[in-house]
Design a protein around this ligand. Structure first.
Ligand code: G3P
Length: 217
């Protein structure tokens, strides 16, 4: 399972990268705004900074909602760095743009996916990644994890190669449940990754090992 971090915060990206377990980064316009990164030029520079910090794929989202605009923006983003994955919204023109980039060999991530039908379309269009937003489904009393299970079954039935990128992951149990269901990738905040480290028996056990070592020295 690949671990992506869902942030535009360079310190947090570096912290995850330094652990040696990071496979990539996802961003979106809201995450950029949260870090105070505004204006096309600054946003483009920030994507390059992120790519220079990590080894894996970095999703960069278009803001156009029409096919021509998405193609223009996506091409400019893809030219920034070889690690850039063009992130497209799950709308009709987004599907069309996804197929365009597939034919050109440019990686894509279909975002704002909330149903199995949308995920099926993304796979048909040759998306590299599909991003079901599980946390936002949970927010409206709908089972986000069930969507991951449905997409896994559909993709396995037909051997689709599109990777299921569980997005809007909020906490460690989302990560573990997505792993059990066979999501290819998860993207979440740093806390959803570092939280996996925590177990009181690890802390108690380590404290005892160190105390016992000191007794004999
Ligand atoms: O990866 C998608 C993500 O950025 C959305 O997360 O927590 O705003 O629903 P959230």
């Amino acid at each position: 399972m690949k671990f992506f971090i869902d942030t535009a915060n360079l310190e947090q990206i570096k912290e995850a990268q330094d652990m040696g377990i990071l496979d990539g980064v996802t961003t979106n316009p809201s995450l950029m705004a949260k870090e105070g990164i505004t204006g096309t030029d600054n946003i483009m520079k920030h994507y390059v900074n992120i790519c220079n910090l990590v080894d894996g794929d970095v999703s960069a989202e278009v803001i156009s909602t029409d096919y021509e605009g998405m193609v223009r923006e996506g091409e400019a983003l893809a030219e920034l760095h070889e690690q850039i994955v063009v992130k497209l919204p799950m709308i009709k023109d987004g599907v069309k743009a996804c197929k365009y980039f597939y034919d050109k060999g440019i990686k894509t991530n279909m975002t704002l996916v909330f149903s199995a039908g949308q995920a099926l379309l993304a796979a048909k269009a040759g998306a590299t990644y599909v991003s079901p937003f599980i946390g936002r489904l949970d927010d409206i009393s709908t089972d986000g994890l069930n969507l991951i299970a449905e997409i896994r079954m559909i993709y396995d039935n037909y051997g689709f190669e599109t990777e299921i990128l569980a997005a809007s992951v909020r906490h460690t149990m989302h990560v573990i449940d997505c792993a059990k269901l066979g999501a290819d990738v998860m993207t979440g905040p740093l806390s959803s990754i570092t939280g996996l480290l925590n177990h009181p028996l690890t802390d108690i056990g380590l404290e005892k090992f160190l105390a016992d070592y000191k007794k004999g020295n």
